[in-house]
Ligand binder design. Sequence first.
Ligand SMILES: Cc1cc2nc3c(=O)[nH]c(=O)nc-3n(C[C@H](O)[C@H](O)[C@H](O)COP(=O)(O)O)c2cc1C
Length: 189
Amino acid sequence: MPAAERPLFLPIILGTPRQGRRSEHPAHLVLEETKKRAGVETELIDIRSLHMRLDDAGEEMKDPAFSATVERADGLILVVPEYNHGYPGLLKHALDMNLNEYIHKAVGICGVSAGAVGGARVIENLLPVMRELGLVTTFTDVNFGTVQKIFDEQGKLLDESFVRRVNKFLDELIWMARVLRYGRENIAP
Ligand SMILES: Cc1cc2nc3c(=O)[nH]c(=O)nc-3n(C[C@H](O)[C@H](O)[C@H](O)COP(=O)(O)O)c2cc1C
């Protein structure tokens, strides 16, 4: 299929295994909005469902299905809560299982927090990690601050402005993913 017609594949990684996690709600909003985009395929990757050893680290303990999904991806969307101003350790443990699979692909980050700053600190803290993995970050994030006011306990969206914010984020990510796919396929390194 010609590259222009081939759908982009942009999976979404839900970056916490915590019981009662509110980050599930933003992750599902982003999933539903991404599914509506023409020419884009997506799926949710829940880090709870990845096979990860706790007595090892890095590429030696790859989850083959996760690696194949990242290999197929044109870009990633991370939905990540802020834990003590950083990222959940298990997300880093999961991301570290791959390396070549990420190179020259786009990544967009949605921060989630109980506090007002919307996970801005977790996004900033992830940037050097993204760079080391070979991912290319977008400059349009989504900050789900005071997430308990954006969604109710059942996950119903209470603030419709987040539909627009998520779509602005997707506009930028889709552009970046297209540009990078063109580059990977047409321009020699
Ligand atoms: C270990 C831990 C540390 C946290 N640290 C912060 C923090 O630094 N800033 C903040 O705004 N919220 C913090 N929170 C609250 C989360 O942002 C809040 O639980 C929010 O709902 C997103 O995380 P969740 O998906 O686990 O629910 C912390 C929560 C946990 C479990």
